[in-house]
Design a protein around this ligand. Structure first.
Ligand code: MD3
Ligand code: FE
Length: 204
């Protein structure tokens, strides 16, 4: 399938159908067999509604001490599982399609949304170098994503993402506030009653 590329706003590129959900499903399953999905909490002790895990050299974690990237899974006390080569290739080629050459992610955060789960407006600002893009891959149930801008106020842009869609965020959009509306129930032939999102980053 010929992927369709559009620039939604400053540096935010939507690559429709760029990823192959069935191929990613197998790799995702092996990663989650090693480092299972779990509920993380915020510094204040509130549960984050998306279940999370990671693969690659660094993983994003949140607990009573706050947010950070670390090389060891706090649950298994082992390094996070390797980033599958198919994940790396996808992230690098999607970034290139968005105009970012030689993107090599060192972190892949896996978010899993059940119906009703969402993500409030936030910035991704825990990484070392904001000139590096972020690549996100949507799998399973569709979701409505929203983007605000440099500040957490005003009108937001809505983007509906379906399984296989990839978004590349660079330039000004890299630090825009964004979030995910609560997921509607449904069923996906590959991923069942869930939405998964893979977020590839250069954290260090
Ligand atoms: C816009 N996840 O994990 S991915 C996150 O669908 C996160 O699970 C959402 O936001 C999800 O932090 C959205 C899309 C995304 C990722 C990074 C961004 C959008 C972004 C960084 C800057 C602006
Ligand atoms: Fe984010």
């Amino acid at each position: 399938m010929e992927p369709k590329i559009s620039e939604i706003c400053n540096g935010m590129f939507l690559l429709e159908g760029f990823a192959e959900p069935l191929a990613l499903h197998k790799d995702l399953q092996s990663v989650l067999d090693f480092s299972p999905l779990r509920t993380m909490t915020t510094r204040r002790g509130h549960a984050i509604s998306a279940a999370m895990s990671n693969c690659g050299p660094l993983g994003w974690v949140s607990d009573r001490s706050g947010y950070r990237y670390q090389s060891v899974d706090p649950q298994t006390r082992q390094p996070w599982p390797d980033m599958p080569p198919g994940f790396q290739r996808l992230a690098t080629s999607a970034a290139e399609a968005g105009g970012f050459d030689r993107f090599v992610p060192d972190a892949c955060l896996i978010n899993c949304y059940a119906p009703g789960a969402g993500m409030g407006s936030h910035q991704d600002a825990d990484e070392a170098d904001f000139s590096q893009p972020i690549v996100s891959v949507s799998l399973g149930l569709p979701a409505r994503f929203f983007v605000q801008g440099k500040e957490r106020k005003g009108r937001s842009i809505a983007v509906d993402l379906v399984s296989g869609d990839v978004v590349v965020w660079g330039g000004p959009a890299r630090l825009y506030y964004h979030g995910v509306r609560p997921l509607k129930p449904g069923y996906d032939d590959v991923f069942g009653a869930f939405r998964f999102n893979l977020t590839f980053r250069r954290a260090a």
